[in-house]
Design a binder for this molecule. Structure first.
Ligand SMILES: C[S@@+](CC[C@H](N)C(=O)[O-])C[C@H]1O[C@@H](n2cnc3c(N)ncnc32)[C@H](O)[C@@H]1O
Length: 219
C-alpha cells in the first residue's frame, strides 16, 4: 500500500463520509452508476485503472469485466468499504493521492475510469497528462462528473456527519466543461463522445446533473 500524501482535508472528509456514502440519499451517485453501466462493457475488458474508486460502487461493476483492475483512492475509509464488495478479490486497491504521479507504469492500461472525482482536483492538466501516460495507444479515458451548471446553482459534494449531526461540505473546485476539453487537448487525447445527463424523466429544459467525456489515446 502506498501512502504518498497522508490524508488531506478532502480525504479526511471522505473517511467520515465512507460509512454512509452508499446509504444516504444521493441522486448524483445513483445517476453516475446508471451512466457507467450504459457504456459498452467491451471498453473495459482489458487492464483497467479506476481513479477515485471510493466505496467501489463502480469497481464492483468493472471487476468482473476487466482482465485486471487497479483502483486508487485517497481515502482509506472509502477503500475499506470498497474492499468489502463481492467479486473484487482480484482488484488491487491502493491508497494514493491522485495529484501525485500514479503508482503504475507507462502504457500499462487499456482504460482509465474516473467518476465524480475531478471537482476535488484543482489542476486538471496533471490528471489528463497522467491518464495519457498510463494508457496504451488506442486506450480510453472515461470521466463522468457533476455538471458545472449544477455547481453554479450551488450543488456541492456534502454529507451529514453523524458525529456532529451537521452537514459537511467537501472542498471543491469549479471547472467549466471547456477546461476539461482544454486539458484533454493539451494532454494529446481525442474526444470520442460527450454527453450531458439529466435525472430520469427530466425535461430537456432541466439543468443536467452530470456530464461525461469518452476520450481516446491516439494510436
Ligand atoms: C464522490 S466520491 C466518488 C467515488 C466513486 N468514484 C463513485 O462514483 O462512487 C469521490 C472520491 O474521490 C476521492 N478523491 C478526491 N480527491 C482525491 C485525490 N486527490 N486523490 C485520491 N482520491 C481522491 C475521494 O476520496 C472519494 O472517494
Amino acid at each position: 500500500m502506498t501512502v504518498k500524501n497522508p490524508a488531506d482535508e478532502v480525504s479526511r472528509a471522505y473517511d467520515v463520509w465512507a460509512d454512509s456514502y452508499d446509504t444516504q440519499v444521493n441522486a448524483t451517485r445513483d445517476l453516475d452508476a446508471v451512466v457507467l453501466r450504459s457504456l459498452d462493457p467491451a471498453l473495459f475488458r482489458g487492464d483497467v485503472l479506476e481513479i477515485g474508486a471510493g466505496t467501489g460502487k463502480n469497481t464492483e461493476w468493472l471487476a468482473p469485466r476487466a482482465r485486471s483492475l487497479l483502483a486508487l483512492d485517497g481515502s482509506e475509509g472509502m477503500l475499506k468499504r470498497a474492499r468489502q464488495r463481492p467479486g473484487v478479490e482480484h482488484v488491487r486497491f491502493i491508497q494514493h493521492d491522485l495529484r501525485q504521479r500514479w503508482p503504475t507504469p507507462d502504457e500499462a492500461h487499456d482504460a482509465v475510469v474516473c467518476n465524480l472525482v475531478l471537482e476535488h482536483i484543482d489542476d486538471l492538466s496533471f490528471i489528463f497528462a497522467e491518464a495519457k501516460r498510463v494508457l496504451r495507444p488506442g486506450g480510453c479515458f472515461f470521466i463522468c462528473e457533476l455538471h458545472p451548471f449544477r455547481q453554479l446553482q450551488g450543488s456541492q459534494a456534502r454529507f451529514l456527519n453523524p458525529e456532529t449531526n451537521t452537514t459537511e461540505y467537501v472542498r471543491c473546485h469549479l471547472h467549466d466543461v471547456s477546461e476539461f476539453l482544454d486539458a484533454m487537448a493539451r494532454a494529446g487525447l481525442v474526444l470520442a463522445r460527450a454527453r450531458d445527463w439529466r435525472d430520469p424523466g427530466a425535461e430537456k429544459t432541466a439543468v443536467p446533473r452530470l456530464f461525461s467525456l469518452l476520450m481516446m489515446k491516439p494510436w
